[in-house]
Design a protein. Structure first.
Ligand SMILES: Nc1nc2c(ncn2[C@@H]2O[C@H](COP(=O)(O)OP(=O)(O)OP(=O)(O)O)[C@@H](O)[C@H]2O)c(=O)[nH]1
Ligand SMILES: [Mg+2]
Ligand SMILES: [Zn+2]
Length: 276
């Protein structure tokens, strides 16, 4: 019998599909592979419940390549301030990928307990800037705020390996008991503890735990980036199509030079453009 459902977990080529209140372990048809479409967690599908085969993928509202997931409302970008060290380059890249898919980003800082007084002050200043330009910023201690922000939504945890994604999920629901492990002191980064994407029901939200990464590729049109920098909006430049690089009378560059735009934000913008 053909049914509709949603993929909630993928482990190699085994797809766990939820339909009604039942769970089905399905395979995908060879056809998908030939078409180069891979089913994703979060995907709405038509499947043959008798033979346990996924037959058809429904249209996606949005999708991320990394972590691989579809149809999410918000992304909690898990950003460690230490162990692994804070990477604003990675954070700005993640924000672009998420915004480009019309997914609401929530920046969640972790490991603030490892900061000394001076570092804490610096981090506060940096993230006051992100708040000022409109991003939601919380820490993994603000569980109450986090729960309120994600109520009723499907959200994905994304971020560097070892940043604390699974640890946060365990805090939200102790029964999950997900594997976590300390970062490698030698490499200064995580050890890829989580190996698959899986959606969990946590209170009134659906949250996906995902494998972390240490680097991320931008795959968008070069000229799209400036539209995804909220602080560039409404800034006056001499040329309407200004790219804010070498143009004369560029308002964005002025704001970077006088410190109104965070140095690293603008410098990452230049880097991202040149990488594409
Ligand atoms: N001090 C401190 N340690 C933390 C915090 N959050 C997580 N950790 C530790 O960081 C390590 C890595 O945490 P994980 O939850 O496994 O990280 P992850 O993001 O799920 O990593 P991957 O599954 O590899 O992507 C564990 O040893 C956690 O105990 C925090 O807020 N403070
Ligand atoms: Mg994990
Ligand atoms: Zn400009």
């Amino acid at each position: 019998m053909n049914r509709e459902g949603k993929i909630i977990k993928i482990i190699s080529n085994l797809y766990t599909v939820e339909s009604g209140d039942k769970i089905y372990e399905c395979r995908a048809r060879g056809k998908f592979r030939n078409d180069k479409v891979t089913p994703l967690v979060g995907e709405f599908v038509v499947f043959d419940s008798y033979n346990a085969y996924i037959l058809e993928l429904k249209d996606r509202k949005n999708e991320l390549k990394r972590p691989p997931i579809a149809n999410v409302d918000a992304a909690i970008i898990i950003t460690s301030v230490k162990k692994p060290d804070l990477s604003l380059n990675l954070l700005d890249k993640e924000l672009l990928c998420v915004l480009n898919e019309n997914i609401e980003p929530i920046i969640c800082l972790t490991k603030c307990d490892l900061l000394n007084k001076k570092e804490r002050k610096d981090i506060k200043n940096i993230f006051n800037y992100y708040k000022k330009i409109g991003f939601k910023v919380i820490t993994n201690k603000n569980l109450f705020t986090l729960k309120r922000l994600i109520m009723g939504k499907t959200v994905v945890l994304t971020g560097q390996t070892g940043a604390g994604k699974s640890t946060l999920l365990n805090k939200l629901d102790k029964k999950l008991n997900l594997n976590t492990s300390p970062i490698s002191e030698a490499l200064g980064r995580g050890v890829h503890t989580t190996r698959h994407v899986e959606l969990f029901k946590v209170g009134k939200a659906l949250i996906a735990d995902t494998p972390g990464f240490s680097a991320l590729d931008l795959t968008m049109d070069k000229d799209k980036i400036k539209e995804l920098y909220p602080e560039f909006k409404g800034v006056k430049c001499k040329y309407d199509d200004c790219n804010h690089i070498n143009e004369k009378a560029c308002g964005v560059k002025e704001k970077y030079e006088n410190g109104t735009i965070l140095k690293s934000r603008y410098e990452n913008y230049v880097k991202f453009r040149s990488e594409l």
